[in-house]
Ligand binder design. Sequence first.
Ligand code: GBH
Length: 473
Amino acid sequence: GGASGSEDLPRFPRGFRFGAATAAYQVEGAHDADGRAPSIWDTYCRTPGKVAGGATGDTACDHYHRYREDIALLSGLGVDDYRFSLAWPRIRPAGDGPVNEAGLDFYDRLVDTLLDAGITPCVTLYHWDLPQALEDRGGWRVRETAELLAEYAAVAAKRLGDRVGRWITLNEPFCSSFLGYARGRHAPGAREGQGALAAAHHLLVGHGLTVQALRAGGAREVGITLNPDLLLPESDTEADHAAVRRARTLHNDLWLDPLFAGRYPEHERETWGELIEETPYRRDGDLALIGQPLDFLGVNYYRPVTVRAVPHAEPDPAARTAVDIRAAELWREDVRRTTMGWPVVPEALAELLTGLNRAYPALPPLYLTENGSAEDDAVAPDGAVHDTDRVAYLRDHLRVLAATVAAGVDVRGYFLWSLLDNFEWAFGYDRRFGIVRVDYDTLERTPKDSYHWYRSLIADHRARHGDGGPAAG
Ligand code: GBH
């Protein structure tokens, strides 16, 4: 009971962890500070017509200079964990060659400040900001990039590994490969067939090499974050079911099968046709390298996807990109949509997690490494932000998650996306995911109602389990 209406709050078992998440390019700013070199996103943002409003991450939330204030916000929330990413172009600016100590110093300060606040750092090594110098040599299309990812990971683990226990190799490699090299909606903005499939494979190889490097450096917990989709056919026709199968191959099986089932996806021929007939980038031993045991799988979940069968966008097979798989995502009108246009269907989260558990017997424990919503936040005259839609989104998804955990799916923790409003990739600053508002003129931070709601959820969890919080334990 209680004044905050805690009887309505979702309930999780003892030991369940709560966190919040960000990513380097989306929050740090300070794009040329202390030896940082450009990443593919710096280049992409400077290409006219690519990012809404011509926005860049040059300043973003200026987290690079304001991280103490942001950690104080995390402290106020009472989270156990903070998930953030390291910028490869700060740590090894050219991708290979000399290490930049000043870049590492920033993450040293960040990690120490978190630990002083009783918050556990959870580090993502690669959240899409490839050093531009490596893109100039082929980017993820070439295997060398995978090898260099692991070298950079070893450097980071050497400097931070005494204080960082939990590592995520990649964030959503689907986006890095298919949005970056096939759809052209993410950096580097390419629209290719074979190149995107090679990129996908090299990301997985990079993951495998990075797992080895991290384990050799003594890392305690290693995982990867994917964005598997819950895919629904528009109708019960065989054509729409086949479209779902192709979309599942692209979004889910291409990643999950090598990681957790020791195979390449069963339906890859049906999905990519001649594009996948020749796979010179696959080498003997790659499946074993990719499929090394992990301590956890991170899942990012925002929405289900409804799919319809469509003809190829490009009739000429030679000109097809790797996302031209005769499956189109539908715009649903039957449920509320966020400002991303994404349908709000909390129950789909249960279906997704349960389905993953069933499909992959070797699946490690799960973390929800991202979940949240972009809403039109109005600022009240007194400066408050009553983001009721976001509160409802979070409450409903956390309820479904609690029920999924109670039903026996091994989910260890939840990271809310995002602590701050930030640079939302191709949408620039036009989409706000934060539970803290950022005024992009003054860079002032204002906790929204959702921040206060999340804080009471965590406090209620602690009170029920008689746990004083991270500082006490
Ligand atoms: C995650 O991406 C990211 O990890 C995080 O950085 C991001 O801020 C967050 O979710 C919210 O989006 O229709 O071709 O223009 C989720 C993947 C990537 C999905 C961009 C929507 C638009 C692609 N998102 N994508 S497109």
